[in-house]
Design a protein around this ligand. Sequence first.
Ligand SMILES: CCCCCCCCCCCCCC(=O)SCCNC(=O)CCNC(=O)[C@H](O)C(C)(C)COP(=O)(O)OP(=O)(O)OC[C@H]1O[C@@H](n2cnc3c(N)ncnc32)[C@H](O)[C@@H]1OP(=O)(O)O
Length: 172
Amino acid sequence: MTSLEDLISTWAAKFRTHPDGSRLPAHHAACLGCGENNPHGHHLRVHREGDGVVARHTFDERHVGAPGIAHGGAVAAVVDDFYGFLLYLTDGPAVTRNLVLDYLAPVLLGVEYELRANITRTEGRKLFVEATMSEVATSRRVVCSTALFLKVDVGHFLQGEPTGSFGQGSGQ
Ligand SMILES: CCCCCCCCCCCCCC(=O)SCCNC(=O)CCNC(=O)[C@H](O)C(C)(C)COP(=O)(O)OP(=O)(O)OC[C@H]1O[C@@H](n2cnc3c(N)ncnc32)[C@H](O)[C@@H]1OP(=O)(O)O
């Protein structure tokens, strides 16, 4: 199994190295939002677009809240993880301190949505970010969000105990 220290060394190398239009790497292979090896995960595929990030995502029966409608917590998880890709365009890791979502309309299962996010401003350790989620077919906006990320050093990530599948796979 890959150690957390190994993961940290590969993750730190991912900052500021991505050409415009390129696919951004997963946070790690077991990540709930984007990891290829997480059977409960959302398997987000995110690209850089200028100073922002963009992705398309479809929720399925694993994410159901009301019948046919994505659970609000699942939507928040996707938006939170999606923000985590903006960090690759900065100079180091940060974590979510504050996450705000406006659920403007139900997010429907089986419907494709486009997510977009960008950094609105930075103040020292603080990264203020915003995101939207819109239905691809109609451009109807269903979620808008703001969040505050705080830069941390890599020691922050040594607070947890890695579990069995942590770190396996390419993380792409
Ligand atoms: C490299 C390794 C990688 C490994 C894999 C990575 C995967 C990544 C996956 C990513 C997945 C997606 C992402 C995820 O899911 S990240 C997972 C979810 N997030 C967390 O677990 C974070 C938990 N929280 C903490 O650990 C601490 O609270 C942190 C470290 C964040 C800050 O604790 P710290 O003690 O350091 O900070 P502070 O309390 O002095 O505050 C600092 C400053 O901030 C200001 N402030 C606070 N709140 C607000 C507010 N609401 N509006 C405006 N300002 C606010 C505050 O006044 C102060 O300002 P100033 O007085 O300095 O001016």
